[in-house]
Ligand binder design. Structure first.
Ligand SMILES: Cc1cc2nc3c(=O)[nH]c(=O)nc-3n(C[C@H](O)[C@H](O)[C@H](O)COP(=O)(O)O)c2cc1C
Length: 366
């Protein structure tokens, strides 16, 4: 297939934004923020390198409060200094003619007391599980979490609203709610982690309430057509589970449909968080959610150029986000256009480190 005929490289409108192609930079936490959680100069350069004329980038997850981080080195969006530092990112991206959404996340139970002044991580309910989190002392086992009290929830939603305000001040083109990969919003939605019996748990409607309150908060700041939502139906990262993911995510997508969102961003279950592709698995999640959501769908997880083109041609997604391949190919859309070879990513540099295998991957040179 010649690049001229690739749907992947054809224009599309997302909310009010006209994009020149459908190759999206997937959110990737790289743990290279400054000590005050501001995006570092290295990060400005990283996003600048990956911004192509008319393309869309989504940032690594940024946190609405000091104690919402699950990893030290992940950036914040809760102080005026963060706003100033993120402006350098958005300016660099806009100077190249690209667009950028900020992903906003509370990491919930995937955290540690050392990241929040000794306070236990929070979750909808206490459902013990084991993982490792990155703290001042390196990778350590996560801390036991506690269940949120009902009267704590409004302040939490307000922290997301304020983050959305700050993202706007920082010059982003929109915001994405991280409702995937077992972080806080996802743990409310899925019944393996939400055992509440109050207004935020039990029925599907009640489990969807917290994520939808966050969407409402974002939409109140940005208008819904500049808000995206990311989901990972059947994802297992963070030991998340649901007894009936089809019912849960079908219902959630249908509720989201009513907003007129910029997009729904769907991670295929064949990719387990940041792990490699489960061999032989086909993308199914975007196909399924297409039945419930009328707006643009971004598919993510294990795509290469041909796989992306196939899902777009089938009409099951409208854009495709690339994570690992974008990490090592700053000019990914151009490489797809010319069918140039791709550089392999370096997992050992994913989380933390310096410029090595972060900003030193060159653009393709013939
Ligand atoms: C280093 C790394 C960090 C990631 N951080 C995030 C994140 O902050 N937010 C998120 O929603 N997904 C995150 N992901 C998941 C990616 O966005 C993407 O869904 C996943 O890598 C699968 O896509 P790929 O096969 O194109 O890499 C991360 C993945 C990697 C490899």
């Amino acid at each position: 297939m010649t690049s001229r005929t690739l749907k992947l490289l054809s224009p599309i409108k997302v909310g009010p934004l006209h994009l020149a192609h459908r190759v999206v930079h997937a959110p990737m936490t790289r743990l290279r923020s400054d000590a005050d959680d501001s995006p570092s100069a290295m990060m400005v350069e990283y996003y600048r390198q990956r911004s192509s004329e008319g393309g869309l980038l989504i940032t690594e997850s940024a946190h609405p409060s000091y104690d919402s981080r699950g990893y030290i080195g992940a950036p914040g969006i809760y102080t005026d200094r963060h706003v100033e530092a993120w402006k350098k990112v958005t300016d660099a991206v806009h100077a190249n003619g690209a667009r950028i959404f900020m992903q906003i996340a509370h990491d919930g139970r995937q955290s540690h007391v050392d990241l929040s002044w000794g306070n236990a991580p929070i979750a909808p309910s206490v459902v013990p599980y084991e993982t490792t989190v990155f703290t001042q002392n390196g990778w350590v086992p996560n801390s036991p979490h506690r269940a949120l009290a009902l009267d704590e929830i409004p302040a939490l939603v307000e922290s997301f609203r304020q983050a959305a305000v700050r993202a706007k001040e920082a010059g982003f083109d929109g915001v994405e709610l991280h409702n995937a990969n077992g972080y806080l919003a996802d743990t409310f939605l899925q019944d393996g982690t939400n055992r509440r019996t109050d207004a935020y748990g039990g029925t599907l409607e009640k489990r969807a309430r917290f994520p939808l309150e966050l969407v409402d908060a974002f939409a109140s700041v940005w208008g819904a057509d500049r808000v995206g939502v990311r989901v990972s139906p059947s994802g297992r990262w963070g030991a998340i589970s649901d007894s009936n993911p089809q019912a849960t995510f079908g219902y959630f997508a249908e509720r989201l449909n009513a907003y007129g969102l910029a997009y729904l961003h769907v991670i295929e279950p064949r990719v387990m968080g940041t792990e490699t592709l489960v061999e032989g698995e086909a993308p199914v999640a975007a196909t399924f959610l297409r039945n419930f959501f009328d707006g643009p769908i971004i598919a993510a997880g294990g795509f290469d150029r041909d796989g992306a083109e196939q899902i777009l041609q089938r009409g099951d997604a409208d854009l495709v986000a690339f994570g690992r391949l974008f990490s090592s190919n700053p000019d990914l859309p151009q490489r797809f256009r010319h069918d140039h070879p791709l550089a392999h990513y370096r997992r050992e540099a994913f989380w933390g480190g310096d410029e090595r295998w972060y900003t030193d991957f060159p653009a393709f040179a013939a």
